[in-house]
Design a protein around this ligand. Structure first.
Ligand SMILES: Nc1ncnc2c1ncn2[C@@H]1O[C@H](COP(=O)(O)OP(=O)(O)O)[C@@H](O)[C@H]1O
Ligand SMILES: [Mg+2]
Length: 260
């Protein structure tokens, strides 16, 4: 089985990228699908959310500048079938340094290519920083599918055009002709407000075949779990958040044929 690479990118912060990266990765792992989570955000929130301490020299910063290999950055987690390539603050420098390298959009692709297909991971999920800088652009160049998270808030669709234009640019420039918008995940849904429902309806109108049926509710348990270094399935397996991310995981498995 080939490796399927997803990137969760969006220039907005606080829209549920990391929460979705972590809990989708953990959800797939819980279904015995070997998954590698790559934390590409220098803030390292996905790293701590799966209970791993930041460690100097353990991130893709070195490999991106030609020092060391990504393989040696793979760190096991407490969860079966789930491994992590952590982040560290130094990764922020890559945002600037990459611009001075040759092939600066395809660096990440080159760095993770040896892991693709050969390391036994069925899925790689990349969690991006909240900017469309070179790290996010590199993740788009390295991925098969872009997953976008949108907060169920006023102006949710704002900025969507920008990232989709970048996808088109990478495709037509031949950097990653196979890249597709894989899906849109609506997050932080508040069932008590009309606004949440209106936002979901609006996105359904715009992207009917991309929006996932599963909508992630706004719940305190989902926001608490990262501070305990646990995915929602370990923190509170019976919560609404766990239920929602299980349902999203099942949709992702089905949509992308991740189980035979
Ligand atoms: N469904 C949710 N319900 C409640 N809080 C959430 C939910 N999803 C994310 N959060 C919280 O909102 C904040 C931003 O989410 P995060 O996933 O870190 O977004 P991003 O990675 O896009 O910046 C975090 O504090 C996170 O714990
Ligand atoms: Mg994040």
């Amino acid at each position: 089985m080939p490796t399927t690479v997803f990137t969760i990118a969006n220039q907005k912060g606080g829209v549920g990228k990391t929460t979705t990266a972590v809990n989708l990765a953990a959800g797939l792992a819980a279904k015995k699908i070997h998954t590698l989570l790559i934390d590409l955000d220098p803030q390292a929130s996905a790293t701590s959310a799966v209970g791993i301490e930041k460690q100097e020299g353990k991130s893709l910063y070195g490999p991106l500048r030609g020092e060391g290999v990504a393989f040696s950055m793979i760190t096991p987690t407490a969860y079966e079938h789930l491994a992590l390539i952590p982040s560290e603050e130094d990764l922020a420098a890559a945002e600037i340094e990459l611009a001075q390298t040759e092939n600066y959009l395809a660096r990440l692709r080159g760095v993770i290519d040896p892991i693709r297909n050969s390391a036994g991971f069925r899925v790689i999920i990349i969690d991006c920083p909240p900017a469309l800088g070179l790290l996010s652009m590199n993740s788009l160049a390295a991925a098969d599918h872009l997953l976008i998270t949108l907060q169920c808030e006023y102006m949710a669709l704002e900025g969507l055009g920008q990232i989709l234009r970048n996808v088109e640019r990478l495709k037509t420039a031949g950097v990653n002709p196979g890249l597709e918008l894989g899906g849109v995940v609506m997050t932080m849904y508040d069932g008590r407000t009309n606004l949440s429902k209106q936002v979901v309806d609006e996105v359904k109108r715009h992207l009917p075949d991309k929006i996932f049926n599963t909508v992630i509710p706004r719940t305190v348990r989902l926001s608490e779990a990262p501070s305990f270094g646990k995915p929602i399935f370990a923190y509170d397996p019976d919560s609404l958040g766990a239920e929602a991310y299980t349902s999203l995981t099942n949709e992702v498995i089905k949509r992308f044929g991740l189980k035979d």
